[in-house]
Design a protein. Structure first.
Length: 130
């Protein structure tokens, strides 16, 4: 039996965590939820997700710092990180890519678009590993 892809969602909003978790679970993903960058890094080390969905604006470590810290870990550096943010300016998108993100999804997002991007990055990640 093939295991479901594992997605780590890091967002300080419990509403967003519940919403994203529900969408992903209903579409055959396993999920791990973290409400801070610090907790996200800890869970990433424990679970080695296939993809990380990461909010930009959070107290403590913001999404950029969280991404940089995940990418500094040798066991985690190849995990694709997709940024989620309502801040959709070119400057924010470029910064997300510069710190190691592979994609940027602007909020509010369309469920189908988010799922398509998550599936694509899971597949690309699996192809790179094999």
């Amino acid at each position: 039996m093939v295991s479901k892809p594992l997605v780590l969602v890091i967002d300080d909003s419990l509403v967003n965590l519940a919403f994203l978790g529900d969408i992903l679970e209903k579409n055959h993903f396993d999920i791990v939820l973290a409400n801070s960058g610090e907790r996200g890094l800890t869970l990433a080390k424990q679970s080695h997700p296939d993809v990380v969905l990461l909010d930009v604006i959070m107290p403590g470590w913001d999404g950029y710092e969280t991404c940089e810290r995940i990418k500094q870990e040798p066991d985690l550096e190849k995990i694709p990180i997709l940024f989620l943010s309502a801040m959709g300016t070119t400057e924010h998108k470029v910064r997300a890519l510069q710190v190691g993100g592979v994609d940027y999804v602007s909020k509010p997002f369309q469920k189908e678009q988010l799922l398509a991007r998550v599936r694509t990055h899971v597949e690309l990640s699996h192809l790179r590993r094999n």
